[in-house]
Design a binder for this molecule. Structure first.
Ligand SMILES: C[S@@+](CC[C@H](N)C(=O)[O-])C[C@H]1O[C@@H](n2cnc3c(N)ncnc32)[C@H](O)[C@@H]1O
Ligand SMILES: [Zn+2]
Length: 388
């Protein structure tokens, strides 16, 4: 059954029974298309993107990448569902994409196949792979990286909708899927993107691929990362050296990151663990390096200001917050959680920020949570600044 036409970004696509289309993911597609634009500065001279839209459904994502960005040479749409492939074919044509036999304009091809199979055996070398599955991208990461390795340098865009797993609501599932221990705390959304990134780094390292996140985002029910993948043993080692663990004291709320898997049985700040209260807990391994690349965020902001996306104001705000996250410590304090923990009321947000800044600490807001702040202040100082 045909569900009619939708307009998104600069494309119009038909949606139909059997091809998944989620209007709430338009924001995610906007962000990803902006990220594609921002890769301009990172491609060797004259090189353009050969994109695999790995789970294309209606094709809206890949069609937008091709039509909204000059740096896209071709898009191969892969979906294992026959009805989806037929729809992609029609949508790509109606939006002016040309099939591989044509000579000009962004080219496309539709492949009905399992994405792992196509990435391993499809005979195509991509320098950008999009993974947008139902749930976790984990089963597809290795084949995406093996494909990118053939191009020596490329980009991986991966979305995960199993956020409950990554945020620690299902700890065992996170251990087996991502081989990392999650933390079900107020900063779990940042831990979630860092666990996803850390997993990709560990799959890539034995393939001698270095991974660097260019943008890591958490929103609604999904997390998303755009990663640079570089074939090089030393880049793989650099990436591995950015992995580590986080500890969290459930009594005084101290958060610490560490590269070695050492957890003191007693909190050095408040003595929790030795005084009958619960000892610090830990999570990881996870990515502890920067969340975003500054140049990529700048170029995304510029592209957003030049486009007429209906989400452009919200996107501008999110990219501004992301820019502020660069250079700040990992993780954040949610002011309501802090106040609740100490059974107090929080002061107004701006006052908390200025009190910390007046004491000489760095403070930034974060896209992970609009009522949270990143700071280099110790937990006890944050507590005093938050509690009214
Ligand atoms: C979440 S939807 C993709 C949405 C789409 N990328 C968008 O932005 O609108 C997931 C799609 O992946 C396809 N799919 C699931 N497993 C697959 C696999 N192993 N190989 C290829 N396609 C797969 C499904 O048929 C479905 O169309
Ligand atoms: Zn403590």
């Amino acid at each position: 059954m045909d569900f009619g036409e939708v307009k998104e970004g600069s494309v119009r696509v038909r949606t139909a029974e059997g091809a998944f289309y989620n209007p709430h993911m338009e924001f995610s597609r906007d962000i990803s298309s902006l990220a594609v634009a921002a890769l301009d500065g990172m491609l060797p001279d004259g090189e353009r993107l050969r994109i695999c839209d790995g789970m294309s459904a209606t094709g809206v994502r890949g069609i937008r990448y091709a039509l909204e960005n000059k740096n896209v040479e071709a898009v191969t749409f892969v979906d294992m569902d026959k009805a989806a492939c037929e729809l992609v074919e029609a949508n790509a044509k109606s939006n002016g994409l040309q099939d591989f036999a044509a000579f000009s304009g962004p080219q496309f091809r539709v492949v009905e196949d399992d994405i792992n199979h196509h990435l391993y055996r499809g005979g195509e070398k991509f320098n950008f792979v999009e993974l947008d599955p139902f749930g976790s991208p984990v089963p597809f990461i290795r084949s995406a990286l093996l494909n990118l390795r053939a191009s020596k340098h490329g980009f991986l865009s991966a979305t995960a909708t199993d956020t409950a797993v990554l945020c620690g609501a299902h700890q065992k599932a996170c251990l087996i899927n991502y081989q990392a221990k999650p933390l079900h705390t107020f900063f779990c959304h940042e831990a979630a993107v860092r666990i996803l990134a850390g997993h990709i780094v560990r799959v890539a390292a034995p393939l001698h691929i270095g991974i660097r996140p260019l943008m890591l985002l958490s929103k609604r029910h999904y997390v998303k990362g755009i990663f640079e993948a570089k074939k090089s043993a030393s880049a793989a080692l650099d990436s591995m050296n950015n992995l580590g663990y986080v500890s969290f004291c459930p009594k005084c709320l101290t958060v610490k990151t560490m590269n070695k898997p050492f957890l003191s049985p007693v909190c050095a700040e408040c003595g929790a663990g030795a005084d009958g209260s619960t000892a610090p807990i830990w999570g990881g391994p996870m990515w502890l390096g920067e969340l975003h690349d500054s140049g990529v965020i700048d170029r995304m902001r510029k592209a957003n200001s030049e486009r007429q996306y209906k989400n452009r104001v919200e996107i501008a705000n999110m990219l501004m917050l992301m820019k502020g996250e660069i250079g700040m410590p990992a993780f954040y304090y949610d002011v309501h959680s802090v106040a609740d923990h100490f059974k107090r009321m929080p002061k107004p947000f701006d006052r908390i920020v200025s009190e910390l800044q007046d004491k000489g600490f760095a403070v930034a807001r974060t896209h992970f949570n609009e009522l949270a702040l990143k700071t280099d202040a110790p937990a006890s100082t944050v507590r005093d600044a938050v509690n009214a």
